[in-house]
Design a protein. Structure first.
Length: 146
């Protein structure tokens, strides 16, 4: 019987600890509930949460602006010895496009490039070739090298 009483006492002790911890949590929740129910404290806590969220969203938008666009580059199968005028011929497989009468170049998916008529569109295999031709990158085309 003595061992039975000892196990009951230890079981009651563990239940007693659980009840004590549960009681402390409930008391803390009541205290914090009372504190947060005051209008001034609630307003300050809400303001801090809104400010923190706004800051975090602002940081995320900066990360999105600085991200480089995905580039898909194809290597030519045949080696060409043609001159630079051949690289400016109208084709849709180049890296950047420009207008015959313009001074800027665009990625083919940029808004400015979509407005160039096919008759006036000049395609370059790379940005370097477009720069060497005297063109500058478009300022409104996201991801253009400046």
């Amino acid at each position: 019987m003595n061992s039975k009483n000892a196990s009951d006492a230890s079981r009651e002790g563990s239940y007693g600890k659980k009840a004590l911890v549960t009681g402390l949590i409930k008391d803390s929740a009541k205290k914090w509930g009372a504190i947060l129910s005051q209008p001034a404290v609630f307003t300050v806590v809400a303001l801090i949460l809104v400010a923190s969220s706004s800051f975090a969203l602002g940081r995320l938008s900066v990360l999105e602006q600085n991200r480089e666009p995905m580039r898909i580059e194809y290597q030519d199968q045949a080696t060409s010895t043609s001159d630079a005028s051949d690289t400016t011929a109208n084709s849709s497989s180049g890296g950047v496009v420009a207008s015959k009468t313009g001074s800027v170049y665009y990625f083919p998916w940029c808004t400015g490039a979509l407005k160039i008529s096919e008759a006036n569109k000049v395609t370059f295999a790379s940005e370097l070739l477009a720069k060497n031709a005297g063109l500058r990158p478009a300022g409104n085309c996201k991801g253009m090298g400046k």
